[in-house]
Design a protein. Structure first.
Length: 269
């Protein structure tokens, strides 16, 4: 069976390095076929990602994750990931997890849905209609809170961290309990070392306009750089992910203000 993975990513080529690392790391470990859908804002009226009300999103793609069950016809399973992640284990381990009743998703908990396994059948009754998610103010937060009610989320097991936030308190980034790294704080993302000069050379700004600083874990930058070098050597060149730029984003508001306010934002909120 093919594992369906949906990844939220920026639409002006800001995340090319992250996309390359994520896809390479997923496929490197995968024991089953993968189908990856890059979810990004679109100006094509036929696209599912056209015409969304992004006010209040922390990133240009925050709310797209809630479209996944509908995109799958409320059938089967699907996994959501943010683009700023690195797989350290076989994603089939998560895909094949039993979701024990009455749960409908597996995720980190505490309103963290950066890595989520959806049972698209079971979760249907908890989802707002797609039209409402797409057009109404505040629906990203409302849907997140709705799924966070007791009994809906089955949390990751203690020894299987599929959403390790910025290394957390692990002594080593290679700790086997870490299944998926998530370098989440945009102001210190290790991909920016590569993305910002590339964008500047093209005369294009990044959607994040705040002050960039080193990652609080000194080993995170070299960790990402090593993965990027390995990905490129394996044929996952960032240039392979270039798309026609979307243009100015409409993101902004109380949950981070990605484009308009330029404040540090946590990807995945």
């Amino acid at each position: 069976m093919t594992i369906r993975i949906f990844v939220g990513t920026a639409a002006n080529n800001e995340d090319l390095e992250s996309q390359a690392v994520l896809e390479y790391s997923l496929r490197k470990h995968a024991s089953e076929p993968l189908e990856i859908t890059w979810m990004m804002q679109s100006r094509d009226p036929s696209s599912l990602y056209y015409g969304w009300n992004t006010a209040g999103w922390a990133t240009p793609f925050s709310g797209f994750r809630w479209s996944i069950p509908a995109a799958c016809g409320f059938d089967g399973r699907a996994i959501y990931l943010d683009s700023d992640m690195i797989a350290q284990a076989d994603i089939a381990e998560l895909w094949n997890k039993e979701i024990a009743a009455p749960h409908a998703v597996i995720s980190k908990g505490n309103e963290r849905f950066c890595c989520t396994l959806f049972d698209c059948v079971l979760v249907a009754k908890y989802m707002f209609p797609l039209r409402q998610l797409r057009t109404e103010n505040g629906m990203h937060r409302a849907q997140r809170q709705r799924l966070s009610k007791p009994g809906i989320v089955q949390p990751f097991q203690e020894d299987e961290n599929w959403n390790c936030l910025d290394g957390e308190d692990y002594a080593s980034l290679d700790d086997p309990r870490i299944k998926m790294h998530h370098y989440t704080a945009i102001d210190c993302q290790p991909q920016l070392k590569h993305a910002l000069p590339r964008l500047a050379e093209a005369g294009q700004p990044h959607w994040f306009r705040g002050k960039v600083q080193p990652h609080p874990r000194q080993d995170m930058q070299s960790f990402f750089d090593d993965w990027l070098e390995e990905a490129i050597a394996a044929g996952y060149d960032p240039n392979n992910y270039i798309v026609e730029p979307f243009g100015n984003y409409a993101a902004g508001g109380s949950e981070g203000g990605a484009w308009l306010r330029g404040r540090p934002a946590k990807l995945g909120v």
